[in-house]
Design a protein around this ligand. Structure first.
Ligand code: GCW
Length: 613
């Protein structure tokens, strides 16, 4: 099927005839037939995708064969390739990586794959060999990407493996079909029709995720509804998990912390209460009976009105460990969000999470990850990295990014976020000396996780705007490999989505690559932040001063008065700078050395300047 993908439905998985004649001839010569060795459920998906892609790209029929005869594409796991009736040699990568992973069950080594060219007699083969069945699908998409972007495939020698183990899309989808901070229609999950009716779109969603290496989806809003844990809803979730499984995607849920009261009829949700722990243990066991590969929970507790352990005088570690314990026996993880800002803890919201969580370092069960947003306030157009990264050396930290453009003009503004995420990932925390980047902390060789708040919905083009798709794409690509550059990701997305024509590529790339900085400049320049209109967060409202608590007011953040503007987080102010390691804390503290982009975020800047003048 060859389409123009004008409505955007096919995302970056649209396959157009290769425009470059020389490349087209090369691809036609290299791929006379396809041999899919896998027999897993994923094999059908792979075959369907190759049957859709290759005839369209090559503009001619490419038959499937049981064994290779001529120049062929061979696809399978390392084991399958080794057993295949072919005289193929196995490549070093396959052998090296085919060792037990550091984790029980699926490890990131199992997510790896290689794509190698081999010459046997007069025949050439392209062998795609993945370390496990779920990894075969992403590896096939990697190969298709080479063709979509018109790369030279004569001598392939590619090895790839994810740098982060859990790569999850978090959907802030409510059970009534609405989406918190969603700008692309309704929720993709039709809870009323599940589990009986399986929308074909669920498959297309999973396929798109698998194509960029995403391996998890948290289905419901972190502002959770206890109903999602009822048997009725778990059966619906199980139906989605069944769809996603062959695509290598596990489902996660956001539980309501007070579910034992709402659903279990208990009088308390205190995590230290044995009856509460027993209720969760049973609930989690029920989930795993229905969904044997359930990923785990993502919890928002004691944050913005959500219940949590502190309501009963317990703390985050009590709550997290109780849930983590219930999940651990089944291999699940617990993502406990650090998005807390109780201003009785500290008047500066940027200080709150560190004050609550740093003292708990080392107290969490091994399957707990503390999940922090990229910055300490709230997904603003520009923030410095969250000082929790580098402050909890004994605890795995997950990085949460927001793909949906809540504070970025939503689905109306073209803002490509790849550059921002690259900046965050490569920020040096100096926690263990130079080179302790956020990326390194997040990808530590224990549990590692990155979460992106999804921008998908029922709009025909999935994301509300074709260009917003690039952010879903960039999240997946960076989650797989944070060493990829944002401009290279934009380049490949444009080629796959729009065209390989150099004018198109150059023009669109220029628009995309300049868009984040432009957004920062027209929305929150020099580190100003939280100026958007309350509730919907679209457009400016710097004068807003009517919120029920001071830190929900915009004037609280910019502090503009007759003397200047900006939030003083220096040692003369909230001393947030002290939460960063040297030399950053000194650098941020001083107006002379603070990077201009944070001038109104950290130092007592303009006030000082004016006083000095
Ligand atoms: O950015 C804020 C959003 C809330 C969101 C919250 C969070 C899900 O405005 O809508 O709630 O962050 O991350 O929990």
């Amino acid at each position: 099927m060859q389409t123009s993908n004008e409505d955007g439905y096919e995302l970056w998985l649209c396959y157009r005839r290769v425009e470059n004649d020389e490349r087209l001839a090369q691809y036609r010569a290299a791929i006379n037939s396809i041999v899919v060795l896998s027999t897993s459920a994923t094999a059908t998906i792979i075959k369907n995708e190759l049957a859709r892609a290759l005839p369209a790209l090559l503009d001619r029929n490419v038959p499937f064969a049981d064994k290779s005869v001529g120049n062929a594409l061979i696809v399978g796991t390392v084991d399958e390739v080794a057993r295949a009736p072919l005289t193929l040699t196995l490549f070093p990568f396959g052998e090296r990586e085919h060792t037990p992973s550091p984790w029980k069950g699926e490890g990131w080594g199992e997510g790896g794959f290689s794509i190698h060219s081999q010459q046997i007699a007069n025949n050439s083969f392209i062998v795609i060999a993945a370390n496990s069945a779920p990894a075969v699908l992403p590896s096939v998409f990697h190969f298709l990407r080479l063709l979509q972007t018109q790369q030279d495939i004569r001598t392939l020698n590619i090895e790839s493996r994810p740098r982060i183990r859990y790569r999850i899309l978090a959907h802030w989808d409510n059970l009534d079909g609405s989406i918190e901070r969603g700008y692309a229609g309704r929720s993709l999950w039709n809870w009323d029709e599940l589990p009986d009716k399986i929308d074909a779109r669920y498959h297309d969603y999973a396929c798109a995720c698998a194509s960029i290496g995403i391996n998890g989806a948290c289905l419901n809003n972190v502002n959770a509804n206890a109903q999602s844990l009822t048997t009725e809803y778990l059966e619906k979730t199980a139906a989605l998990a069944d769809v996603f499984r062959p695509y290598g995607i596990r489902v996660y849920l956001s539980p309501k912390f007070t579910a034992p009261v709402h659903l279990g009829g208990l009088s308390t949700s205190d995590p230290r209460d044995a009856k509460v722990a027993a209720w969760w243990k049973q609930k989690v066991a029920e989930i795993y009976r229905l969904i044997p590969d359930f990923g785990g929970f993502q919890v928002k507790a004691n944050s913005e009105g959500q219940p949590g352990p502190q309501d009963n005088g317990a703390n985050h570690d009590d709550g997290a460990n109780m849930l983590a314990y219930a999940l651990a026996v089944h291999g699940g993880i617990l993502l406990w969000r650090a998005f807390v800002y109780d201003t009785s803890v500290d008047a500066d919201r940027a200080n709150c999470a560190n004050k609550e969580f740093v003292p708990l370092d080392g107290k969490f069960h091994p399957n707990v990850l503390i999940q922090a947003k990229n910055g300490p306030i709230d997904f603003q157009p520009r923030e410095p990295f969250h000082p929790l990264f580098g402050a909890m050396p004994q605890t795995p930290l997950a990085l949460e990014l927001q793909i949906t453009q809540e504070y970025f003009g939503q689905s109306k503004h073209l803002v490509y976020l790849g550059g921002m995420w690259q900046e965050v990932l490569h920020s040096d925390t100096y926690a263990q000396g130079a080179g302790s980047t956020v990326a390194k902390i997040v990808s530590a060789p224990s549990n590692s996780c990155i979460v992106g708040v999804a921008n998908t919905g029922t709009d025909r083009n999935w994301c509300g705007h074709h260009f917003s798709q690039a952010n879903w794409y960039a999240f997946g690509r960076l989650a797989w490999d944070y060493e990829l550059r944002a401009d290279a990701i934009a380049d490949e997305w444009i080629r796959m989505m729009w065209s390989n024509d150099s004018d198109v590529v150059d023009t669109l790339k220029q628009m995309m690559l300049g868009s984040w900085e432009a957004c920062v400049n027209y929305m929150t320049p020099l580190g100003l932040h939280h100026l958007m209109k309350e509730h919907h967060h679209y457009g400016p409202d710097p004068g807003f001063n009517n919120a029920p608590r001071p830190d929900w007011n915009n004037v609280y953040y910019h502090r503009a008065d007759a003397n200047g503007l900006g939030f003083d987080r220096s040692h003369t102010g909230s001393n947030n700078v002290a939460m960063y390691h040297s030399p950053l804390r000194e650098q941020f503290d001083n107006i002379e050395t603070c990077p201009e982009k944070y001038l109104l975020w950290f130092p007592d800047s303009l006030t000082n300047l004016i006083k000095a003048a």
